[in-house]
Design a protein around this ligand. Structure first.
Ligand code: ZN
Length: 88
């Protein structure tokens, strides 16, 4: 992995960036990861969970087993468009 990820996760103890040692997808929307501090003097390791909670832009190839609610703002937009379509 040489890609520099701009969304860094700091170690909760020393503030150095942590690296993801491994991650395991438990469901299509839920993943657990082992994080390891890059600071050898710190040595912290921890477990993190990454969960997809909402849809920002719906997929054009939706997985029928995945149900992620739209973020509230988009839901309002979709409902107002549905209302317009119903009246128009
Ligand atoms: Zn640390």
């Amino acid at each position: 992995m040489t890609v520099q990820n701009r969304h860094r996760i700091p170690c909760p103890h020393c503030g150095e960036n942590v690296r993801v040692r491994k991650s395991q997808g438990l469901t299509p929307v839920y993943r657990e990861a082992i994080l390891e501090c890059r600071n050898e003097a710190c040595g912290f390791r921890g477990k993190a969970s990454i969960e997809l909670t909402h849809t920002l832009t719906p997929s054009d190839m939706p997985n029928p087993t995945v149900e992620l609610p739209l973020v509230p703002r988009l839901r309002e937009l979709a409902m107002s468009q549905a209302a317009l379509a119903a009246t128009g």
